[in-house]
Design a protein around this ligand. Sequence first.
Ligand SMILES: Cc1cc2nc3c(=O)[nH]c(=O)nc-3n(C[C@H](O)[C@H](O)[C@H](O)COP(=O)(O)OP(=O)(O)OC[C@H]3O[C@@H](n4cnc5c(N)ncnc54)[C@H](O)[C@@H]3O)c2cc1C
Length: 438
Amino acid sequence: MVWDFETDPDFAEQLAWMRAFIDTELIPLEPVFDELPADEWRLVRRHLQDQVKAQGLWGAFLDPAVGGTGFGQLKLALMSEIIGRCMMSMGIFGVQAPDSGNMELLAHGATDAQKQRWLWPNLRGEISSAFALTEPFFAGADPTVIGTTAVRDGAEWVLNGHKWFITNASVADIVLVFAETNPEGRPHRHASVFVVTAGTPGMEIVRDIATMAHPDVEYGRTGNHAEIVFRDCRVPADHLIGRPGDGFVLAQQRLGGGRIHHAMRWLGQAQRSLDILCERAVSRTSHGKLLAQHQMMQDYVALSHMEIQAARLLTFHTAWKVDKYGAAAVRADLGMVKAHVSKVVLAVLDRTIQVCGALGYSSDLPVESWYRSTRFGPIGDGPDELHKSVLARTLLKNYTPVEGWPSEHIPTRRPAAETKWQELRAAAGLAGPAPVTP
Ligand SMILES: Cc1cc2nc3c(=O)[nH]c(=O)nc-3n(C[C@H](O)[C@H](O)[C@H](O)COP(=O)(O)OP(=O)(O)OC[C@H]3O[C@@H](n4cnc5c(N)ncnc54)[C@H](O)[C@@H]3O)c2cc1C
């Protein structure tokens, strides 16, 4: 029997260190974080990252064979929940999206020489990366159809196309670009991934797009989402990752564990939000009693806790399955986690805003900003509808059609039930058949 809900004592200590580190070093900075001078923050960030590295917790998402700690998805899930309590933790622990996913892609597809140039510097935090798949004029939900092309010309590839919503592209040192190379190939073999380094002629970063999270976007900040145009952008042949047509398979590498980490970070945020809700509920009085004494408020508290706990268990179970069977074998489960948890976190954030009233709606609490940035959850990384559709199709494969009545049709089942009853009577030593009368 291997079901076990306990954490190894050694790893529990690591988690306790993480929580204390985030609570004492990072969360207190939040109210001024956006105003910190960039050059000073770079130095302070390095100082904080060094402590994480000394603890053996830096960049923990990669397999040992490709330079990581080999913690496995279950341990990463536990870590991600703590990291999710504070948005800036991701960069401090070396698990910042999109870099983490890009590193997984490079770890699986890059040659040794390419790893030396891009993977290890990215893992050490010396360079940053972006991943460009989504396009304004093609549905991002269906990456088998894209407009960006890459054509081989001698020792170079020539890229043309239009991308948008490319996180960190305006500050990244390299952009991993998804482009069509094999238009005649099968839908999942038609595209490839190229590394385009910042400043390459022909790659124009048009703008950083204003979003719900950053309506007053300031160009060139980490966390922005860029629009990019490629016009005859030439990259050397050795900037192709893998073989022509490998793009889709490589892009999948970035997503497997990433969905678990995203989900657990959302749950870390949901729990912190619920803490805010509960503190308010026990602190404020309305109509002669504490908010916490109003039954509808209690419903919010109980429902939020139940949803978070159920989502945690679903995510831990899926992480355990990834460790046991591999991400490819549990693709539908990973999509289920993403689609479910993205809704849970938004529901909890929304209740917190409601319980805190005007204060919740204001920027005096962090919840409204979390809500705005987390609203991308059901859209990004494949919209939830798509994941639910994959899940439903996977489940439906286990069923075969029946002619006529459904298998559970009670009148049809009755004769077999009567026969079974006679068999059981006889087996129990009861004498003679006894008809069952309705
Ligand atoms: C904050 C943020 C950061 C992002 N970062 C990146 C990045 O770094 N790199 C990158 O390449 N992309 C990035 N994206 C883009 C993201 O991956 C896409 O937005 C996402 O894949 C959906 O694509 P789309 O926006 O083109 O929507 P569409 O594909 O046009 O879909 C729109 C809606 O249609 C519905 N829909 C679509 N397909 C189906 C279907 N099969 N069944 C049912 N309903 C469907 C869904 O409701 C969906 O939300 C980011 C997006 C956001 C919001």
